[in-house]
Ligand binder design. Structure first.
Ligand code: CMP
Length: 225
């Protein structure tokens, strides 16, 4: 199970079994309870992490205390490499949204492992490039899209990664409070609640505690455009 999850991530996809085993053996396991912080923005750090079970939120806090969420990451996803490739402090605070299990690898071990393995380095570049692409999309959406459009897009992204298709729609157990959803789309909780209530009244989705059931994917996709 853990191996299947690791195999999906950028570090492991291209590895043969022997290399995968060698890399796995230099990693150690860490567990957090829901709400616990792994590290804070501004900390120094020398490890990267892969989520093997659960979910984390990556957040930043403004000088007046407001919070913005950069991303929600789940099984197979990696973080903590920016402070290696661009040496400096941690660029975000990482908090467990559910009980979460990680594997960690020291930056030093990663650099040693990358020596002579260009395909693995390419996998990491791919991940960095796709994050930059996504960050550009998020910045453009903040300027060009309205809040309901951003909410629809965020829910579809969560559905892609955490959704489970059933007869009545796609069940997305995102584990986020409405406050956290608002922080993820960069809007107030009231505006996000209004957008969600509007989608629900149109029959596009059903709201449940810390989850939604998307019943009309097509309309949600059109609203997210
Ligand atoms: P680091 O700065 O070491 O610690 C925080 C990590 O969050 C960072 O490395 C990245 O791995 C990750 N991260 C930062 N910004 C984003 C983003 N926009 N999307 C996804 N992950 C990010």
């Amino acid at each position: 199970m853990e191996n299947d999850v690791l195999r999906q991530g950028p570090l492991f996809t291209e590895l043969d079994d022997a290399d995968a085993e060698a890399l796995r053996s230099s990693m150690s396991q860490t567990k957090l309870r829901r709400g616990e912080v792994l590290f804070h923005e501004g900390d120094s750090g020398d490890k990267l992490y892969i989520v093997t079970d659960g979910k984390v939120k990556l957040g930043r806090t403004s000088s007046d205390g407001r919070e913005n969420l950069l991303a929600i990451l789940g099984p197979g996803q990696m973080f903590g490499e920016l402070s290696l490739f661009d040496p400096g402090p941690r660029s975000a605070t990482v908090t467990a949204v559910t009980d979460t299990v990680f594997l960690s690898l020291s930056h030093e071990d990663l650099l040693r492992f990358l020596d002579g393995r260009p395909t693995v380095a390419r996998g990491l570049l791919l991940q960095l490039a796709s994050r930059l692409r996504r960050a550009n999309d998020v910045a453009a959406d903040l300027v060009f899209s309205d809040v309901p459009g951003r909410v629809a897009k965020a829910l579809l992204d969560l559905a892609d990664r955490f959704g489970r298709t059933a007869d009545d729609g796609v069940h997305v157990h995102h584990d986020l409070t409405q406050e956290e959803l608002a922080q993820l789309v960069g809007a107030s909780r009231e505006t996000v609640n209004k957008a969600l209530a509007d989608f629900a009244s149109r029959g596009w989705l059903r709201l449940e505690p810390r989850s939604v059931v998307i019943m009309d994917l097509e309309r949600m996709r059109r609203r997210a455009r």
